[in-house]
Design a protein around this ligand. Structure first.
Ligand code: G1P
Length: 899
């Protein structure tokens, strides 16, 4: 039997003896703000943000090291005791021996249940953990069942250490910050309200209270409390061998206060009896709240078994309903895996990139790329408010084409980077257009391009190469005109600025400069001369897309011209001569960025849409051809690929040198996706990628071959061990984009190979050692790491929906263009997807009775709710926007027959 198995189609799963696997963790959270990570022994942490950690912050290595778990002890009258998390000295000593206690985890979206046989005590403990959807506390429902044949008399003690402060104080000022603690007990639990939040840049008064409360299943509150670590573990004791428990100490009562100590959410309940097979339940609430009133409300609301059970049910349903996309193919495990992939974008939105144990970096903020990736997945699952979100996100663009990198809590809020370090990621301008295009395709709302939006402003000017000494707080974070008004421009203008400025910022090979890095954050040591061929290819495609959106705007709205910021005229000069003149390009960019460095006069220039679009097409074509001419490396009749980068010494990364082949996946992905690579070149690229990068057993396509060189002229990635993170790991996001690119170009088998290898390896628990879902990357040994929080999930879902199942929007109309392989149809020849489109829930079934291969089947009929749809082309079915609008709010069935 597989170690990890799914228990239903919702993606719920179970695994035995999970504590015997290192580094496992599971996310629990609510949209109200509590973010928890829970490990098999109920370690992990819980916080609302960087400044407010209820449980001590953990990195992955603390998971085996820390003993400060969400512990709960049971003790018999004859002095035997055991921990329901397995974290006692004697239970740990039995690990890996014949007497190791049996344990099992059962989990699903945002709920986690640990079952453990406490063999020495003849008890079974089941602990269910979850965060109710709109609260900031974790529920822990502990159920103790007597498995002996005789009744037992027991006592139970909750023991959860309360960290109660900022993650910054994990080491720095750890002791001093415990002195800020004000601890009190009442009938229900223990509360810690630190006096202030310690920060030497400026201490702040604190208003948050951290608490652990408890009730039993008949509403009894604890009898005695151990509100400090010292009082619980005792002199010389430890969390695995707490003296208070061992020596039966009496503790303190409700109404006790204590200042300036490490706090502990430990309390003991009244002794209880359990008959054979009888279960006794305890309810614990672990949370953070700002105010007595909230705590009282929680205390008075959530104190009965019935309430916990209802809340659990609601939580499960809430998250299940969120994931509104569902796949049915021949492979049931894959379908269930996809449930988690579709759930992951929600996790990324809640946890950002910082708040799970592998993600031990950052302070909780989301990055620019994440903002736009989140919108991608939302467009497919909860499209309602995405338009507004997109409009707000454009407020982060600066007039020089770069963007804010510190993103505020509220939508459309971007903050000035005050530490003076300016870093420009050259790929950033790419993602907003990709997302806006998907939005227009899905909704038909082309007029979004005309929406007026402000620009971001801070001291960074001239694409991060200079400072605006005149800028100050009074100026604010929105670009102003010389008359001090906030300057606004259309979204189209924002997109033009983002794409045109990059066109002029080239290096010595006339390729877009790499600057601080591109998508690969670890290419961060070639700021002066580095160039990204990969993303130049991406921008060539984007220029083309932007041109076609402009055409569409013209056709759909009848608008012939638009007003754009006068200064942009310079970037749109129709002088193709300069394309090859690197110095001229620099001069133009210099003049433009100088003109916009502080305030702009705000004058507008009227330009015809067809002229703009022609201008972009010329630029795109020139880029495409020069990449094809200069960057393609042809090895022989079968192998060849695109160069990906130039390092700081101007040397190409890809090719044969130092006695070996050097190949990077990124250069291939974007040249394929953006029609730089020809069909013949794609064949050679895929052959080469299979030969030099593919390792099935560790997830598929690696990011690069082993350069065996610490390239300080390109980036820190070359300092990482080969096979780790950005240096040659199977990095899910890039692999998924590779698959997406291949599908777009009709290389379906090759694309599926990339997607499937990722899914197979994720699901192969023996190798991946992760719960279901897609990790950020697979290490050299195939372990999945940095689980859950990866942009790869949004892209995986996007590729499955729009490419594999071919559910594609086309300015609001729906095209169904399946690229499913024979193996993906079940034994009845069916494959189906439930997807949201135009505000309707559609269940689309592809019926391929003869299980024909992709390329061999054509569409012979399309039926929507029993109504035959016209077929104009046998490769796809088409449903108009009007038809979709006429459908009511119920679920609709579309069946496409393939013959
Ligand atoms: C992560 C970062 C992303 C970056 C990538 C490569 O990717 O979040 O911004 O581009 O590493 O360095 P993710 O795992 O989200 O795909």
């Amino acid at each position: 039997m597989k170690p990890l198995t799914f228990t239903n189609d919702n993606g719920d799963f179970t695994i035995c003896q999970p504590e015997s696997i290192s580094s496992l963790y599971f996310p629990l959270a609510s949209e109200a703000g509590l973010k928890s990570a829970i490990s098999p022994n109920l370690g992990g942490d819980a916080k609302i943000n960087q400044e407010h950690f209820l449980l001590e912050p953990v990195s992955v290595d603390n998971l085996h090291n820390n003993r400060s778990t969400r512990n709960f002890w049971v003790k018999t009258t004859d002095g035997k005791f055991a921990s329901i998390t397995g974290t006692s000295a004697s239970q740990e000593a039995q690990k890996f021996s014949e007497t190791q206690e049996k344990s099992r985890i059962h989990a699903g979206f945002m709920w986690h249940q640990l079952e453990r046989e406490l063999s020495d005590l003849n008890l079974k403990a089941t602990t269910t953990s979850f965060v109710p959807t709109n609260e900031t506390f974790e529920f822990m429902l502990v159920s103790i069942t007597n498995t002996a044949t005789t009744p037992q008399e027991l006592t139970a003690t909750a023991a959860i250490p309360i960290f109660g402060r900022s993650a910054d104080n994990l080491r720095d000022h750890r002791n001093v910050t415990s002195m800020l603690h004000r601890i009190r007990t009442d009938k229900a639990g223990i509360y810690v309200t630190p006096t202030m939040s310690f920060d030497e840049r400026g201490h702040r008064l604190n208003h948050q209270t951290y608490y652990v409360m408890g009730f039993d299943d008949v509403g009894n509150t604890p009898k005695t409390f151990f509100p400090t670590v010292e009082s619980f573990i005792g002199e010389g004791g430890s969390f695995t061998h707490p003296r208070s428990l061992f020596e039966n100490e009496t503790g303190v009562t409700a109404g006790y206060t204590c200042d300036g100590r490490e706090a502990m959410g430990a309390f003991r309940f009244e002794t209880f009896n359990v008959a054979p097979n009888e279960t006794k339940n305890f309810i614990l609430l672990l949370g953070i709240s700002d105010g007595e009133q909230t705590i009282d409300r929680i205390k008075n609301t959530y104190n009965s078994l019935e309430i916990v059970q209802t809340a659990l049910k609601e939580t499960k349903t809430y998250w299940q309903d969120k994931v509104s996309v569902n796949f049915k193919t021949a492979d049931t495990d894959f379908n269930r895996f996809m449930k988690w992939v579709c759930f992951q974008p929600y996790l990324r939105r809640i946890f950002g990139c910082s708040f799970l144990p592998h993600h031990d970096y950052g302070r909780g903020g989301r990055g620019w790329r994440d903002l736009w990736q989140d919108c991608l997945s939302l467009l497919l699952m909860e499209p309602k408010d995405v338009g507004e979100m997109i409009v707000n996100n454009f407020k982060g663009v600066r007039l020089d084409g770069t963007n804010a990198t510190i993103i505020g809590e509220k939508q459309g809020e971007f903050l000035a980077d005050r530490n003076g370090i300016s870093r420009v990621w050259m790929d950033h301008a790419l993602w907003p257009l990709m997302t806006t295009k998907l939005y227009i395709d899905q909704t038909g709302d082309i007029s979004i391009l005309n929406k007026q939006v402000s620009y971001f402003k801070d001291p960074h000017i001239k694409r991060g190469t200079a400072f605006d000494s005149l800028w100050n707080d009074e100026y604010g974070n929105q670009q102003r005109t010389t008359t001090d008004d906030i300057y606004t421009g259309s979204i189209l203008e924002h997109l033009l600025i983002q794409h045109l400025t990059g066109f002029y910022e080239v290096g010595q090979h006339n390729i877009y400069r790499l600057r601080g890095a591109d998508w690969n954050d670890a290419l961060d040591m070639a700021n002066e001369n580095g160039e990204s061929v990969a993303f130049t290819a991406a921008y060539s495609g984007n220029l083309m897309e932007l041109a076609s959106l402009i055409r569409l705007l013209e056709n759909k709205t009848g608008i012939e011209s638009v007003e754009i910021l006068e200064e942009i005229g310079l970037l749109l000069k129709n002088d193709t001569e300069i394309y090859n003149q690197i110095d001229r390009k620099h001069q133009i960019l210099e003049v433009y960025t100088k003109n916009c460095q502080h305030k702009v006069n705000g004058n507008k220039l009227k330009m015809s849409l067809s002229e703009i679009s022609l201008n972009l097409i010329q630029k795109a074509n020139w880029l495409r051809h020069s990449l094809q001419e200069r960057e393609w490396i042809d090895f022989n009749d079968e192998e060849g690929w695109y160069n990906s980068y130039y390092d700081n010494n101007g040397k190409a990364t890809d090719g044969y040198y130092n006695d070996r082949q050097h190949m990077m996946l990124t250069g291939q992905v974007f040249s394929i996706m953006n029609y730089v690579a020809t069909e013949n070149q794609i064949k050679k690229i895929t052959t080469s990628a299979d030969r030099y990068l593919y390792r099935k057993e560790i997830g598929g396509y690696r990011l690069n071959t082993d350069f065996k060189e610490i390239k300080t002229d390109l980036g820190r990635m070359f300092g990482f061990a080969y096979g780790e993170k950005e240096n040659g790991a199977v990095f899910s996001h890039m692999t998924v984009m590779y698959a997406n690119a291949l599908y777009r170009r009709g290389f379906v088998k090759e694309g599926w190979k990339a997607l499937k290898s990722l899914a197979d390896t994720s699901l192969n628990f023996e190798t991946s050692r992760i719960y279901p879902g897609i990790p950020e990357y697979f290490r050299a040994d195939g372990h999945g790491v940095y689980h859950y929080l990866t942009g790869a999930a949004s892209w995986y879902m996007l590729t499955m929906v729009t490419e594999v199942f071919g559910v594609q929007g086309k300015t609001g109309d729906l095209i169904l263009y399946p690229k499913l392989l024979a193996e993906q149809f079940d034994e009845n020849g069916k494959a189906s997807i439930v997807a949201q489109f135009a505000g309707k829930t559609l269940e689309i079934t592809y019926d391929n009775p003869n299980r024909k291969e992709f390329g061999q089947y054509v569409i012979t009929s399309a039926v929507c709710d029993e109504e035959q749809l016209p077929i104009t082309d046998d490769t796809f079915a088409f449903i108009t926007k009007e038809k979709l609008q006429s459908l009511d709010e119920s679920n609709h069935h579309i069946t496409i027959t393939l013959q």
